[in-house]
Design a protein around this ligand. Sequence first.
Ligand code: G3I
Length: 322
Amino acid sequence: MGTAVNTDYLPEKKYEALAAQQYNLVTAEHSCKMAPLQPEQGKFNFTGCDEIRDFALTKVKGAFRGHNLCWWQNYPAWVQSLTPMEKRQALINHINEVGKHYGSDAFAWDVVNEAISDDSNETMRRSVWYPDVKDYIDVAFTTARKAFPAEVKLFYNEYVYQQTSKQLHRLKAERMYDLVRGMMDRKVPIDGVGLQMHIFYDFDDAVWLKAFMERFDALGLEVHFTELDVSFKEGPDGKTPGKIVPFDAQRQARIYADLMKVCLEVNACKNFETWGFTDKYTWMGTNARPLPFDSDYQPKAAVGAMLKVLTNGQDLQETTVV
Ligand code: G3I
């Protein structure tokens, strides 16, 4: 049961204490990405990522999950001016250095994040990596397999596939499955798929999602919920992007509980992680109220609903808060 943690907020005692008390798995919201890790070519700054690793392993006494080695965002500016061959080498060097520094500190890494296009006319997202390094996904995973100890699990992480009423989601779900299947056919090393799960108040596709996850299970892969949040605002392809809608604690609790049930029912699901834990600090904005704890660090209905699922339907006392 995990959360993303941000070094910007760790100095706040309540933030740090609640994360340490309630979770046993931590991912850096920002600090382990390529831009903060390698701000200048060949010059690494592991400070922020180390801080999250140490928090996860020593304060939380839990697991550390690595996010991410290669993304179309948050790469350092210097990558842009490289030739395609230099980009390929820079990607390899980055992964090798991160592997050397972290070894098996993280039990899993998102090796590539969001490689699939949101454009219905093309499959691969155009980015600093593609098409310059056409096979960058294979390069990244193959390099990671050698750079990290064998027990570290390698993940492909993606968003926007989970809402069956939306054509783009249906398309991306199939593209994602095909991408991963193709990697396995080519014997590219991959251990699992990260489902980000940035979802909205009207989510009602848990049954479909379960079947989708079972398809990866059938391939012998793990599935992780990596960035779950349930926002009370219109989705990115809703009619009024970003418009806040009235908060409904029970509806949100049901969605969190349904997803918890799905994760427990699917053999491949090994990770249930939200993208932050308090509405005070969320990339969606506090007013979207997407996370299990409110902006005063009090548990919302979602917390009790998830605990109920985890304890086979028994009602629990309200969870202790700091
Ligand atoms: O740490 C500095 C801080 O010192 C400075 O005062 C502040 C001024 O702007 O910037 C801070 O860095 C910000 C960082 O988050 C830490 O809070 C960066 O500007 C900001 O760009 C960065 O945004 C993160 C974004 O990814 C890009 O890395 C968001 O927090 C994070 O929620 C978001 O997470 C992504 C996942 O990695 C992938 N899936 C989608 C998700 C949402 O975009």
